[in-house]
Design a protein around this ligand. Structure first.
Ligand code: SF4
Ligand SMILES: [Zn+2]
Length: 332
């Protein structure tokens, strides 16, 4: 059935709208022009290792053809081009990016889509790219679980170090996952993680906070469950991604009352609950956290605490403020 809002409604939660590809595309603002011969950017950040040491990781943001999936929460299409890039363009971007980064042992190649999508990273370029980054101790790439296959193994064999695959679980709530329009089931996720383990590759998993359609308390509960689910399926690192509006679709859902961005207090609660479990490394994506600040007095100190918790992997002393952000009240 097609609801008034133009969503196709086919899952077991009939009161929840189900965004389609066409609906997601129709909400988008214009896409910026990007150059297929230039990386979108590069940065160096710190991350903990399982032994407690802190390492610097370089990240190259690659420019390539837009991802064929149309996830409702995705804004990565803003950094892509419409057509498949010419052979040689991605190695050219990587070579340029590496010139800007000082020599580092750990490198993320993040491409606003799936690294093993042949329309994003031309297959013929994969061996060239592997040779460019072969001397790194760890190389991390992102991939949609349905595109995890033999190509990951062939790419990893050309590296001297370890290949880590970063996959988006987003949530283990089956109905909410279906409504993200990611075209992935939990079975797809498990098949990908089994494959990654069977071939000795590293696994990093992304979990979203918050999801559309859920209440605030449901969002907290399902973020915790999803982190546990990721560790049960062999994740070594789980990164919690705060869901942003600004891509058109999320703004529309927000205006219709189907989505509330996370508050800083929610992100704090997720880390505070997850870190003591010590199932693996739990990170919060700290990019642009100031947009989630819920109190101007204590917000900057609490953001700093979240940075510290990412590195120390333990719960740091709370920040006290008259706003009682940590009072535990959760109006939905
Ligand atoms: S699979 Fe990843 S890159 Fe593709 S639309 Fe979904 S979130 Fe965006
Ligand atoms: Zn405060």
């Amino acid at each position: 059935m097609l609801t008034d809002a133009g969503f196709m409604d086919t899952t077991s939660k009939p009161s929840w709208p189900r965004p389609t590809d066409d609906w997601v595309l129709a909400q988008r603002p214009a896409k910026p022009l990007n150059d297929p011969w230039k990386p979108g950017g590069w940065l160096v950040e710190k991350e903990p290792l399982p032994d407690g040491s802190i390492v610097e990781i370089g990240t190259l943001f690659l420019t390539n053809r837009e991802c064929p999936f149309r996830c409702v929460m995705c804004d990565l299409w803003k950094y892509t081009v419409n057509d498949r890039v010419p052979d040689g363009a991605i190695p050219h971007q990587i070579a340029e990016g590496l010139r800007h980064l000082r020599p580092l042992r750990h490198l993320k190649l993040y491409n606003a889509g799936s690294f093993f999508d042949a329309q994003a990273i031309p297959t013929r370029d994969l061996p060239v790219i592997a040779d460019l980054v072969a001397n790194h101790e760890r190389v991390i790439v992102e991939c949609h679980p349905r595109l995890v296959d033999r190509r990951c193994v062939e790419f990893s064999k050309r590296l001297k170090g370890r290949l880590e695959i970063a996959v988006g679980l987003e949530t283990c709530h089956p109905e909410a996952l279906a409504r993200l329009n990611k075209r992935m089931t939990l079975e797809d996720f498990c098949r990908a993680t089994d494959f990654i383990h069977a071939h000795g590759l590293g696994l990093r998993v992304f979990v979203l906070s918050t999801l559309p359609f859920l209440t605030r308390q449901e969002n907290l509960d399902w973020a915790w469950k999803s982190i546990e689910f990721a560790f049960e399926h062999g994740a070594e690192i789980v990164t919690v991604i705060p869901t942003r509006s600004g891509n058109g679709a999320m703004d529309r859902l927000q205006s219709q009352g189907h989505f509330m961005p996370p508050r800083l207090a929610d992100l704090e609660r997720i880390l505070v609950q997850s870190l003591p479990q010590q199932r693996g490394i739990v990170l919060l994506d700290v990019w642009d956290l100031s947009r989630f600040v819920d109190c101007p007095n204590c917000g900057p100190a609490r953001i700093n605490r979240l940075h510290q918790m990412n590195l120390s992997q333990r719960v740091e002393p709370p920040i006290v403020c008259g706003c009682q952000h940590d009072a535990g009240e959760l109006p939905s």
